[in-house]
Design a binder for this molecule. Sequence first.
Ligand code: ATP
Length: 238
Amino acid sequence: MSEAFLTIQSLQSGYGDVQVLWDISVAVEHGGITCIVGSNGAGKTTLLRTISGLLKPRAGSIKLAGEEIGGLAPDAILTRGIAHVPEGRRLFKGLSVHDNLLLGAYLRRDTPEIESDLNFVYDLFPILKERRRQDATTLSGGEQQMCAIGRGLLSRPKLLMIDELSLGLAPRLVEKLGDALIEINKTGLTILLVEQDVMTAFDIARHAFVIETGRVSMAGTTADLGQNARIREAYMGI
Ligand code: ATP
């Protein structure tokens, strides 16, 4: 792997008495697409929530471009350039697609650039432009995912983290969203994708980390891991 942009070392995290992450070390390649895979309850969402400041690490370190960010508040982490597209999309009911997208830019003051980022999102997902006045929660699942990704992009992040891109979506749509992520990545944005669907994740990402019960059990390129017998059997049903 070339230089890492986000480096996580020996991270521990959890909720109250429940420890979920026991020892997580992950490196996210600068300018690349990296995925975290693992079965239900392995701790993938907990990891993203800890990176984005929604949960405080109990031990270990999270460095963005060499600078420690572990334990900072969510808005400080957003300002440093990490956007989090949460599982389930979490769009705001009663707000239009347009206003939901603009919520992603709430910490920004550079108005002209916000407009051009909005146009980038509308070019990437033309259906959102068509539906821009519609209540975002009345969009289809795939359109809601586009809107949630668009909202993430409106913070103009350096690292975009997406929790369960494919959840509840038809394969054709997932493929379209995957292509959009590859397009976004070509603009230089680093992407960290969390996925339960290993085939989908491996099609999109170059590096992968497998999490099992709060620990990294395997890591490597998706090309290599995709040939690994244990991964194929346990996660790909091959
Ligand atoms: P999934 O794909 O099902 O979301 P995941 O790998 O993202 O799985 P997490 O959501 O991180 O897994 O959950 C890991 C563990 O943490 C689970 O055992 C879950 O029950 C527990 N957990 C999640 N949220 C909470 C919470 N708010 N309080 C207590 N335990 C929680």
